[in-house]
Design a protein around this ligand. Structure first.
Ligand SMILES: Cc1ncc(COP(=O)(O)O)c(C=O)c1O
Length: 400
């Protein structure tokens, strides 16, 4: 028997924290991706050509042949011993500091790490500082705990830490400061070394926890990463990481590193989210890391995304009107385009009419700013369609 939809039926029963726009923003972005024949600069998804299909197939064959059990079984809440070791190896190789046993928790993606941070730290009304603009998923994750969000602006050198300092001096008292220092989502910028040092000093002085999201850190185009905040100050930094952009998102695998007592809180919170990250993905990651396969995949991904980024920047240079500005990423998936005077929510709707997908900038602010900006993602769009997509965007009435 067909179920009769009754949209309002449960309204009075929903938890207060779920009312409003929690969850709707990302759903809207994902919706754009589903429209056929759209040249989409919308979703921050990896290019499927990077997916290691043959190696996964070979690995599954090995699992069958060797009678693998761990991949199919429940895992300890913090993760399988071998996978924890493999994560620690990779993090040490990438960040020149090895997380101690009690500091590391394997999570179901970076988004779960943020959820665990929220469960462990945030009460209704607490204040979280974010970058303006920032990752939409983080805005939604923190908002779901009924927190207040204060967005500190970014520029080409990342979070304006001096502005944060002024606000702290004026009495701002955040529990958490959330930042994406490397190849930021959505702005594509990287925090300078000086600002990294100043930020960790502010955390020590003012007593907040820095939540460092390193989702794009390994996807630098020139192989030169600045020290992670966690490597500079493991006493005041919680790092959230993901294998979504380096391996593939289908395994939903990430990590959190934090001071041991904080990591213990996260592990405890995890017992009632998913109890453990999927053992299957953990075993896949472990084998890929040990065999050097992730390194090979990341090298190919870096080259692919650098080519796409170069093409996007050249297309913007050719097509965008005077006054338009955009960031010049040195890694990651995104450039941030600013079109002074243009309402980009309306532009995004008209762009769909021209079969181009973009995400309006205001989605990436907790306070409605960013109305004249757009996130352009170059990771998933077909390389050969980038020029055409940007030309279509530039041709839209009101832009030229
Ligand atoms: C900055 C940032 N953090 C976290 C995530 C989510 O990562 P995961 O797929 O591991 O949940 C993303 C994905 O788009 C991201 O851009």
């Amino acid at each position: 028997m067909a179920v009769t939809p009754d949209a309002g039926r449960w309204e009075a029963l929903y938890a207060a924290r779920t009312r409003g726009d929690v969850g709707d923003g990302i759903a809207a972005v994902l919706g754009l991706l589903g429209v056929p024949d759209v040249i989409s600069f919308a979703g921050g998804f990896p290019d499927p050509v990077t997916f290691p299909r043959e190696r996964i197939s070979a690995l599954l064959g090995e699992f069958a042949a060797t009678g693998e059990a761990a991949a199919f079984q429940y895992a300890p809440t913090r993760g399988l011993a071998g996978a924890l070791e493999a994560f620690a190896d990779r993090i040490e190789g990438q960040q020149s500091r090895r997380p101690a046993d009690g500091e590391l928790v394997i999570t179901s993606g970076a988004i779960e790490a943020l959820e665990l941070v929220g469960k462990s730290f945030l009460d209704a009304g607490d204040l979280v500082v974010v970058e303006g603009p920032t990752y939409l998923g983080a805005i939604q994750a923190f908002r779901s705990f009924e927190t207040a969000l204060d967005a500190v602006p970014l520029d080409d050198d990342g979070l304006q830490v001096d502005e944060l300092e002024r606000r702290l001096d004026r009495g701002l008292r955040p529990k958490l400061v959330y930042t994406i220092p490397d190849h930021q989502n959505p702005a594509g910028v990287t925090m300078s070394a000086e600002r990294r040092s100043l930020l960790v000093e502010l955390a020590r002085t003012h007593g907040f926890l820095i939540v460092e999201d390193v989702a794009y850190r390994e996807l630098g185009f020139d192989g030169q990463a600045l020290p992670s905040l966690w490597s500079l100050a493991p006493d005041v930094v919680l790092q959230a990481g993901t294998t979504s952009k380096t391996l593939f998102p289908g395994v939903r695998l990430g990590w959190a590193i934090a001071p041991p007592d904080v990591a213990a809180r996260l592990a405890s919170a995890k017992q009632t989210t998913d109890q453990c990250a999927g053992a299957f993905g953990q075993r896949v990651f472990e084998e890929f890391q040990r065999r050097g396969w992730i390194d090979e995949q990341v090298a190919r991904s870096q080259a692919l995304y650098e080519r796409k980024c170069t093409r996007l920047l050249a297309a913007l240079e050719r097509s965008m009107p005077d006054g338009a500005r955009w960031t010049r990423p040195r890694g990651g998936f995104f450039s941030w385009l600013t079109l002074p005077g243009v309402d980009t929510t309306e532009l995004a709707q008209r762009a769909v009419g021209q079969q181009v997908g973009i995400v309006p900038g205001s989605l990436f602010f907790p306070d409605g700013r960013g109305a004249d900006s757009v996130r352009l993602s170059f990771s998933l769009v077909d390389e050969e369609q980038i020029d055409e997509g940007i030309e279509r965007l530039a041709r839209l009435r009101g832009l030229m």
